[in-house]
Design a protein around this ligand. Structure first.
Ligand code: GAL
Length: 421
């Protein structure tokens, strides 16, 4: 740029007409053309804004309704997301999981089953509430529920999703495992045969979604078996399940959380580890256990997909799901996933860097009793102490400089934001 603007020598050799033309260009037109160039460059950049810049938030039909889900329940979930304030707290995807599919016709077009009379109108309804609509399929011939998958119909299905107005696809391996086994038998010389086939199947749908021109968030579900955090970005996915299914028990939820340790380097804007959907509100855990569930999921920068019946949600469960500050930790623009700082017997400390030099800490009591857990800010990088905010109590605790002993109930959690103003 310096060379371009250094016109002084060039001007020495110019006559007056040329000089004034050059002057006009430098003074008037150059600034305009400069701004034009900036605008032209900025336009494609903003159009390229990544999908899932923050972990996706919404609701999914599977954990509560499983194979019983109907059009009416999805519409009702959309209504409830609005009336409970969940939409405004960030839960914007309404995701219909497995069991919506009917039969393919002679042209290969997949029709929804009788429980979903008009998918386009369902998507329109969801959109009319200021929400986004998600759907589910499999690269295999059958989904996990035994319904029609997308095998050999990827482009056709992706086009149909786009016409319906789908904004999110969960693509679940399921019966594609049969195709992978067959590939291994056909290519005994190739130890990567199964993996290669699977990647190509996920890539095929990723490309088909992209080709629709509609931004459709692409969520892989292959249970973490083949380290999807490594191949997910390469097949144009924005998130991937890191585990087999969650269920509504404290033991399974904690097992999944502990299995996330070490995956933090694979999470970031546009690419998220997904430890599976939330079980909060489904009734299998105590209030403290659900609080631990939410604490861990927000620290892990996990997609937050509620999986409960929103019509019967208790005030306590709604409080956990919509806690503004907990959600802000999950959705922090830095996009960091928490690391486990230490695990000492039956309690652990997790830390997630946040914007503005702040850090979120979660203390998890995995034991069967209330425990007094010492927290030494020295050991976690705050040698000069820090201002401490208790997220679940929504309370500023002032400045801590020494070791604090924190009481946490059985299976409970504490969540703090530390800063050094
Ligand atoms: C499982 C998947 C679940 C749910 C279910 C539907 O494989 O992990 O989240 O989608 O299939 O059949």
């Amino acid at each position: 740029m310096g060379v371009f603007f250094d016109n002084s020598k060039a001007l020495l050799y110019c006559d007056n007409d040329v000089l004034s033309a050059v002057n006009l260009f430098m003074k008037r037109l150059l600034p305009i053309s400069w701004w034009l160039a900036v605008a032209l460059l900025a336009a494609p950049l903003s159009a390229q804004k990544p999908l899932a810049a923050l972990p996706a938030m919404g609701w999914n039909s599977w954990n509560h309704f499983a194979g019983r889900v109907t059009d009416a329940e999805v519409r009702s979930a959309a209504d409830q997301l609005v009336s409970t304030g969940m939409r405004d707290a960030g839960y914007i995807y309404v995701n219909l999981d497995d069991t919506w599919q009917g039969q393919r016709d002679s042209q290969g077009v997949l029709h929804p089953n009788a429980r979903f009379p008009d998918m386009k109108s369902l998507a329109d309804y969801v959109h009319s509430k200021g929400l986004k609509f998600g759907i589910y399929s499999s690269p295999g011939a059958k989904t996990c529920g035994g319904y029609a998958g997308s095998l050999d119909h990827e482009t056709q299905d992706a086009g149909m999703y786009a016409r319906w107005g789908v904004d999110y696809l969960k693509y679940d391996l399921c019966s594609f495992a049969d195709n992978m086994r067959a590939a291994r038998q056909q290519h005994p010389e190739d130890p990567m045969a199964e993996f290669t086939l699977m990647i190509s199947a996920y890539r095929k749908m990723g490309a088909a979604l992209k080709a629709t021109g509609r931004p459709i968030l692409y969520s892989l579900c292959e249970y973490g078996i083949d380290e999807p955090w490594k191949f997910g970005p390469g097949v144009d996915a924005q998130m991937w399940r890191t585990t087999d299914d969650i269920n509504d028990t404290y033991a399974r939820m904690m097992e999944i959380a502990y299995n996330q340790v070490g995956l933090e380097k694979y999470a970031g804007p546009g690419h998220w580890n997904d430890p599976d959907m939330l079980e909060i509100g489904n009734g299998g855990m105590s209030y403290d256990e659900y609080k631990t569930h939410m604490t861990l999921w927000v620290l892990l920068a996990a997609p937050l997909l509620a999986g409960n019946d929103l019509n019967t949600m208790s005030a306590a469960d709604k409080g956990l799901l919509t806690n503004r500050e907990a959600i802000a930790i999950d959705q922090d623009a830095l996009g960091k996933q928490a690391a486990r700082v230490w695990q000492r017997g039956d309690f652990s400390l997790w830390s997630k860097p946040l914007t503005g030099g702040r850090t979120a800490f979660g203390l998890i009591n995995n034991s069967w009793q209330t425990r007094n857990i010492p927290l030494d800010l020295n050991q976690i990088g705050f040698q000069q102490g820090a201002a401490v905010h208790d997220v679940w109590a929504d309370k500023d605790l002032g400045r801590w400089s020494a070791i604090k002993v924190i009481q946490i109930p059985k299976h409970g959690a504490a969540l703090y934001v530390l800063s050094n103003p």
